[in-house]
Design a protein. Structure first.
Length: 263
């Protein structure tokens, strides 16, 4: 789906933002010589291959705006970058990412591109994470000074200004969020925690794609066919989502606004 087409259909927002969730998953591929040659063999026991997928999903409308399928050797960051190349930065877009993307170079890239973001970080994976976890404050704005390895990865020594938000989960684990939403009056601590929880929508989208639509039941045995079938399934998911949007619009005309998250 192109960004222009998407702008025509989407209306649901959270505090004025269109909320995109990003997540990754894998697909089991048919066992054939051509597929093994292209995607590479993942298991000598099963003689099967895997592909990596990365959708960018609107958690409020159910639309998949962009998605990529690639070899397992393609990093998740690379697939996300490919998706974002097709999504021009907008001040009213907000990208929510899991802790696989809780790194300086991702936050720096989003900041430089003018993209709003909310990313979960692993609490002990970097010096920055350890430092902010040691801070007694639960919600504050700080400078992220990159470490030597982070400077090498991001190819910059620039610092970025980010907001750090911590929340203690029912399990006792502390959730660490880094975001660009620095207006602490407009975006309360608990609202950012709620925002990150909305990322679950992309998990549901992947469940629809795999167990329900059964994307892994490929009928082809060649790499080109894998791509064709995969994107045909994404098209089918978007057609269903558009039908849902149209239905909600009709219900709103008859019965008033349909309640959505964040509205």
């Amino acid at each position: 789906m192109s960004s222009k087409d998407y702008d025509t259909f989407t209306t649901a927002r959270w505090k004025g933002y269109r909320v995109f969730g990003g997540d990754g998953s894998t697909l089991n591929l048919p066992a054939s010589k051509q597929i093994r040659g292209y995607f590479r063999l993942q298991s000598n026991c099963s003689k099967t291959s895997l592909a990596r997928i990365r959708p960018v999903y609107d958690v409020l409308t159910g639309l998949t705006l962009q998605t990529r399928l690639g070899r397992m050797s393609t990093g998740e960051s690379g697939l996300l970058n490919d998706c974002l190349l097709k999504i021009p930065p907008r001040p009213d877009d907000l990208l929510v990412l899991d802790r696989n993307f809780g790194t300086f170079h991702i936050a720096h890239k989003m900041t430089c591109e003018g993209r709003h973001f909310c990313i979960r970080m692993s609490t002990g994976i970097s010096n920055f994470a350890k430092a902010v976890m040691a801070d007694s404050r639960m919600d504050f704005i700080t400078e992220w000074v990159p470490s030597r390895s982070e400077r090498e990865t991001a190819k910059t020594s620039e610092t970025i200004r980010v907001r750090v938000t911590k929340a203690v989960l029912d399990s006792g684990e502390t959730e660490l969020l880094v975001s660009s939403l620095q207006d602490m009056e407009s975006f309360k601590n608990e609202e950012l925690v709620e925002l990150y929880g909305m990322r679950w929508g992309v998990e549901e989208g992947i469940k629809n794609l795999k167990p329900k639509i059964k994307v892994e039941q490929f009928g082809c045995r060649k790499p080109q066919g894998i791509y064709q079938e995969f994107y045909a399934h994404i098209l089918a998911m978007n057609m269903l989502a558009l039908a849902g949007i149209a239905t909600n619009e009709q219900l709103e005309k008859k019965e008033g606004p349909v309640k959505r998250n964040g509205n």
